[in-house]
Design a binder for this molecule. Structure first.
Ligand code: AMP
Length: 521
């Protein structure tokens, strides 16, 4: 068997690693960088560009450059998150056939798994170039808080890229693996992960070769980009007040400003003051206008303080869910670029009353953990046991609009729970079951995974048939549903209408279409 690569498929950047002679190493791309921007673009002359090539031309081609597709993957077009993204992104987001969110650039519509698939394929290529041999298997990470549709869609992205996805694992679990693998010590660790687009907090227990996730919480729509956006809004306002020019409708100016604000934000992690300089940002009757502005760390902290404090509410919830207090946590591991911000480190330190661990690289630790998991799976090593949990309660919708949970959140996966269904009318031959994930008592407020229709139920009086439906969450955190007619022992057929994800036929079709395109290196 060839090597299994570990891919940290990030909102902003992606990273690929593998285990070499027992040690995880991050594989640099051809430019020598250890991370690759998760961006995909079509240039004006029709070329498909990915990674750094895509990022480099984003300023001059904003409406045809896709970024942060991870924020939209597995989501319905009508969801508040997609609607919010539509008002913020310079590219078109359109409704797909499955009510999913799709992305339109250069007149062509792409599904989110397809866009993420392009990024995965690039990471595969980086590894193949380094190794000089084909790579066919991978472990891909997702935020712990991802629901079934988001996990399924990520797995589809792997397939579209031509990889067999051996396992989907949670990013914090991967970080814990990289942090503590092979060590004898018993510890409770908190992994605080604030990346470009998502936030996760997990509490894990390590020891005796077992990595057990005790609890996890987070927000799949909160990350460094929100920090950038606050700074962009601030600069736009200041510029308008000082110069009387509104830049908010000028796509190219906005893209330049967005890049400059992200850079200023990063600079302010090590400096107390920085400058944003954008010459020729606008033109008016008096000629070219330039934007020169000083930004202090204090201003940035005022602009984003509430976001950082919001993450701490999730930290509190997670510690409580784990049945612990902050003092029980031995180590805090920070993951994701945004954790370099001093305010973030300070809030985490204040909460746990101890500083975070310094020994791991926040950008690389997740991919390294994924590579370790890949190596464990490939070598059938049973000395390390990974016990992950499901982040959201799984249940069914009842007739009165209520949610009946079957598998509570933070249950260890894989797990399986059965529930008995019957008919409500005489001669009824089909029953529809709505499967949802979430924590609200109201069905409507939870995420609808799909509608499962039990068919071919033998005709009889209402309430007589007994159909046992088993809900399984597998090691990838993906939901499978099985049904059995108790009287006849017959497996019941089930039709799944999972909105937001692709059918197998659609995935196959995309793979075929993409074979035509070889990306320039
Ligand atoms: P990731 O998704 O882990 O690659 O994190 C990317 C996010 O981290 C982006 O929003 C970056 O702007 C942010 N980031 C990277 N470096 C720094 C830094 N030195 N200070 C603050 N934020 C940073």
């Amino acid at each position: 068997m060839g090597r299994v690569i570990g891919i940290d498929l990030g909102t902003t950047n992606s990273c690929v690693a593998m285990v070499d002679q027992g040690k995880p190493i991050v594989i640099p791309n051809t430019g020598g960088y250890k991370t690759t921007p998760s961006m995909f673009a079509i240039s004006p002359d029709g070329k498909r560009l990915v990674g750094h090539l895509s990022k480099r031309q984003a300023i001059t081609n904003p409406s045809n450059t896709l970024y942060a597709a991870k924020r939209l993957i597995g989501r319905r077009f009508d969801s508040p998150e997609v609607q919010k993204a539509m008002s913020l992104c310079p590219f078109q987001i359109v409704r797909g056939e499955n009510d999913d969110a799709r992305l339109e650039i250069a007149g062509k519509v792409f599904t989110c798994p397809e866009v993420m698939g392009v990024i995965v394929r690039e990471m595969k290529r980086v590894a193949e170039e380094y190794l000089g041999e084909p790579v066919t298997q991978a472990v891909i990470t997702v935020p712990a808080y991802f629901n079934d549709s988001q996990r399924q869609s990520t797995k589809d992205a792997g397939k579209i890229a031509g990889l067999e996805v051996l396992r989907i694992i949670n990013e914090p679990t991967a970080a814990a693996l990289a942090y503590g693998v092979g060590e004898e010590r018993e510890e409770k660790i908190a992994v605080y992960d604030l990346g470009g687009g998502t936030f996760d907090i997990s509490i894990l227990e390590l020891g005796g070769g077992v990595v057990e996730v005790l609890a996890t919480a987070g927000d799949t729509f909160l990350g460094g980009e929100d920090f950038d956006r606050r700074l962009v809004a601030h600069v736009l306002k200041e510029f308008q007040e000082a110069d009387g020019i509104d830049l908010s409708n000028d796509l190219m100016a906005l893209q330049r400003l967005k890049d400059a604000c992200e850079k200023a934000k990063c600079d302010l992690s090590s400096l107390s003051v920085t400058e944003i300089n954008l010459p020729f940002i606008a033109n008016d009757d008096s000629g070219a206008r330039h934007l020169n502005m000083e930004v202090t760390r204090e201003t940035l902290e005022e602009l984003v303080g509430d976001i950082v404090h919001r993450t701490m509410d999730a930290v509190q919830q997670c510690v409580t869910d784990a049945g612990l207090t902050p003092a029980d946590i031995d180590q805090i591991v920070l993951v994701g670029g945004q954790t370099r911000m001093p305010l973030v480190q300070q809030c985490v330190t204040n909460f746990f009353k101890k500083p975070p661990h310094k020994g791991v690289n926040a950008d690389e630790v997740v991919a390294m953990g994924a590579a370790i998991q890949g190596d464990i799976l490939a070598s059938h090593d049973d000395s390390i046991l990974l016990l992950d949990v499901t982040p959201l309660s799984l249940g069914i919708g009842t007739f009165d609009g209520q949610f009946a949970p079957l598998i509570p959140r933070n249950s260890t996966v894989p797990t399986r729970k059965s529930h008995m269904f019957t008919t409500t009318r005489d001669e009824q031959t089909a029953v529809k079951i709505r499967v949802l994930q979430g924590e609200s008592e109201q069905s409507d407020e939870n995420h609808l995974l799909g509608e499962f229709v039990l068919t071919e139920i033998p005709r009889s009086t209402a309430g007589e048939p007994e159909i046992e439906v088993s809900f399984e969450i597998d090691s990838d955190g993906i939901v499978n549903v099985f049904a059995r007619d108790v009287a006849t022992e017959r497996e019941q057929s089930i039709t799944v209408n999972a909105a937001g994800t692709l059918s197998e036929e659609e995935v196959a079709q995309i793979i075929k279409e993409n074979e035509e395109y070889d990306l320039p290196e």
